[in-house]
Unconditional design. Structure first.
Length: 296
């Protein structure tokens, strides 16, 4: 029996070793992508990047333009188009499905419940969670980016207005705003706009591309005002001053809305955590008093 056990251990060890050797050889065949021109990866992505790169190499050649275009727009609106390519986004989805599935199998193995129904349910949940989690991550990045843009846009508009009234054109005003304005996504987008203009792209087309990338009503209104003012020869200073006033009013209205929503959002933690503790403390002293009085 001991000899059979030793043979079984050797066979299992050999199979595991061959599997790792095959996976390692397959991953060496995956071409390494040059990321010098891209933004640094977040910490979580760096941990699983070899797996993402492998999944990208597997699924990337089979993706159609109709699948890549929406992924590219999602990455642009979230400001992650210099972090991931559309192919890498699909690779990240596939890698996330694999990781969640492995965690699910580990949980089922620890619970000793590897029946057909639990495994099928786990596979379905793993696919749903792993496939849509990158979209949830991009959505959260997009909302954070939009909050920062709404906060910074009136400041940039003020710098542009002062530059134009001082005698600069709109390109010079945007350049001064990027130098003096706060760092953030809006500063990056204005720098991209300036690079497009320096490369010879018409101003209207560069502004339209900026609006398409950011996919925000405030930016679309700003770029539309500039395009229309250029077309009809209107005063840019007056048009941008009206834009700045409107954006600042919207920012104040948003702050008031968040302040009014705070009491409603506080109700759940108060009812679930704070009030029960108060009742427990008061009930304890009431219980002691009733015991001293001989009621209990």
């Amino acid at each position: 029996m001991s000899a059979m056990l030793i043979v079984l251990i050797v066979c299992v060890g050999g199979a595991v070793g061959l599997a790792f050797w095959g996976i390692n050889g397959f991953m060496r065949e995956v071409p390494q992508q040059d990321r010098h021109y891209q933004d640094p990866l977040p910490f979580g992505l760096r941990l699983i990047w070899p797996l993402v790169n492998l999944a990208t190499n597997l699924i990337g050649p089979h993706l159609s333009p109709n699948q890549l275009e929406p992924a590219h727009k999602k990455l642009q609106s979230a400001g992650q188009d210099f972090v991931l390519t559309p192919e890498q986004l699909y690779g990240l989805r596939l890698a996330a499905v694999f990781i969640v599935a492995m965690l699910g199998f580990l949980v089922l193995f620890m619970l000793d419940d590897l029946g057909l129904v639990p495994v099928l349910c786990m596979v379905a949940v793993s696919f749903a969670v792993g496939w849509y989690y990158p979209d949830m991550w991009l959505g959260e990045r997009r909302r954070k980016r939009q909050r920062i843009v709404v906060r910074d846009l009136p400041t940039f508009l003020d710098f542009i207005i002062m530059s134009i009234e001082a005698g600069l054109n709109i390109t010079g005003g945007i350049e001064q705003a990027t130098r003096k304005g706060p760092a953030g996504p809006l500063n990056q987008e204005f720098n991209r706009l300036l690079r497009d203009l320096r490369s010879g792209l018409p101003r209207a087309e560069a502004l339209r591309r900026m609006a398409d990338r950011m996919d925000m009503n405030q930016i679309s209104s700003f770029t539309g005002t500039l395009i229309q003012a250029d077309r009809v020869g209107a005063s840019l200073g007056l048009a941008l001053r009206a834009q700045a006033s409107q954006r600042r009013e919207e920012r104040f209205l948003r702050a008031e809305k968040l302040a009014l929503e705070a009491p409603v959002k506080m109700m759940f933690p108060l009812v679930m955590f704070f009030f029960p503790l108060i009742f427990l403390v008061l009930g304890y002293f009431i219980f002691l008093r009733m015991k001293q009085e001989g009621i209990l």
